[in-house]
Design a protein around this ligand. Structure first.
Ligand code: GLY
Length: 312
C-alpha cells in the first residue's frame, strides 16, 4: 500500500494514507487527498484560488483512472464548482462517458448536488491577473475583455510559462493491489478560455493499469498531450522496461519533441509492486510518498532528464 503525490499534495497525503490504513480503496484515497489540495487557497494552481484564464475566470480540469477496470472520468474547463476531482469520479462512476467539459460539466456538478462556488478567487489573486494585463490593457479595456475578438494576441502577451508548472498528482495502491490515479489543476495561468491541458486527458496527464503501474504529470500539459506521456510510461513497463527505464524513456520522448512551446515537465509513477519514481526536466523538483506504517510523508528529489526550453 502506498500513496505517491506531487509535492503540493502534502496537505492531502495523510488523509489519503489514512484511508488505506483503514482498508479503504485507492479511489477513495486519491479523491480524499486531492480534495484537500483543491480547497487550499495557498495553491494557485489547483482548485479554489487557482490562477484564472485570460478573462479572469477560474477553469478547472481533473481526471481519475481506476487501474483495476481502466474506467476513467474527467472534467475540463469547469467553472463555478470547486471539487473537480469528485466530479471526475462521478463521471467515471455515474455516466457512460469519460470526459465532460464547460457548461456540460457545470450542469452535471449541479445535478450531482455540488454546491456552487460563484467566487473561485481571492481578491489578491484577481489582482495578480489584473496586474499581468496592466501594461497592455487599460482598466476600461480589461472591463471589456470578454467582448474582444483578438484574445489570441493577448494570451500570447500575457502567457507566463513559469506559471504553467502547477497541478496536483496523486497515485494510490490499496490493500487489494488496486491502483488509482488522480490529477487536478486550474491549468495554465492566463490561458485562452476553454483550453484543456493534459490533466483531463486520459493517457496524457494520467494513466493507471493494475497489471503494470501508473503515471501522472505536472508541467506544461501540451507536451504530455503531444507525447501521450502517462500512457507511454505505463506502456513501456508493459513492454518489459523497469520503472526507471520506462520513466526515463517517457521523459526522453518529451525531450525529443520538435517545434515550439517546450517547457517544464514532471512526472510521478509507480510500478505494479508499488515501487515509486519522480522525474523532472529541471533541477530542484521533488515528490512525496507515504505508506501506512509511516507517520508522515517523505519528500524525495526527482531524477532530472533535462529538456532544453524553447518558446515562440
Ligand atoms: N499540467 C497542467 C496543465 O498543463 O494544465
Amino acid at each position: 500500500m502506498i500513496v505517491v503525490a506531487s509535492s503540493n499534495g502534502r496537505i492531502g497525503i495523510e488523509a489519503a494514507t489514512q484511508i488505506l490504513r483503514q482498508g479503504g480503496t485507492a479511489v477513495d484515497a486519491v479523491e480524499a487527498g486531492i480534495r484537500l489540495v483543491e480547497a487550499n487557497p495557498e495553491d494557485n494552481t489547483v482548485g479554489f484560488n487557482g490562477y484564472p484564464n485570460i478573462l479572469g475566470e477560474v477553469e478547472l480540469d481533473a481526471s481519475m483512472m481506476n487501474g483495476r477496470t481502466l474506467e476513467s472520468g474527467a472534467v475540463g474547463a469547469l467553472k463555478g464548482y470547486l471539487h473537480a476531482i469528485t466530479l471526475a469520479r462521478q463521471v467515471m462512476e455515474r455516466l457512460p462517458h469519460v470526459l465532460l467539459v464547460g457548461d456540460g460539466a457545470s450542469r452535471f456538478a449541479a445535478e450531482m448536488g455540488h454546491p456552487p462556488q460563484p467566487e473561485m478567487m481571492l481578491p489578491e489573486t484577481r489582482a495578480v491577473w489584473r496586474n499581468r494585463l496592466q501594461p497592455e490593457l487599460s482598466d476600461a479595456e480589461v472591463a471589456q475583455i470578454a467582448e474582444r475578438t483578438d484574445l489570441a494576441r493577448w494570451v500570447e502577451l500575457a502567457t507566463d510559462p513559469e506559471r504553467a508548472k502547477g497541478t496536483v498528482n496523486f497515485i494510490a495502491q490499496d490493500k487489494a493491489g488496486n491502483i488509482c490515479t488522480g490529477v487536478s489543476t486550474s491549468g495554465w495561468a492566463w490561458k485562452y478560455p476553454g483550453r484543456l491541458g493534459d490533466s483531463p486527458i486520459i493517457g496524457a496527464g494520467n494513466y493507471a493499469d493494475n497489471r503494470y503501474g501508473a503515471a501522472a504529470c505536472t508541467g506544461m500539459g501540451e507536451m504530455a498531450i503531444r507525447a501521450s506521456t502517462a500512457h507511454s510510461l505505463v506502456f513501456y513497463m508493459k513492454m518489459g522496461l523497469s520503472l526507471a527505464e520506462a520513466s526515463e524513456r517517457a521523459m526522453t520522448d518529451l525531450r525529443d519533441l520538435d517545434g515550439r512551446f517546450i517547457s517544464v515537465m514532471n512526472l510521478v509513477a509507480i510500478d505494479k509492486d508499488g515501487n515509486h519514481a519522480g522525474y523532472s526536466s529541471v533541477d530542484g523538483r521533488s515528490y512525496i510518498y507515504q505508506t501506512p506504517d509511516m507517520p508522515e510523508c517523505e519528500e524525495l528529489p526527482r531524477t532530472v532528464v533535462p529538456i532544453p526550453p524553447r518558446w515562440g
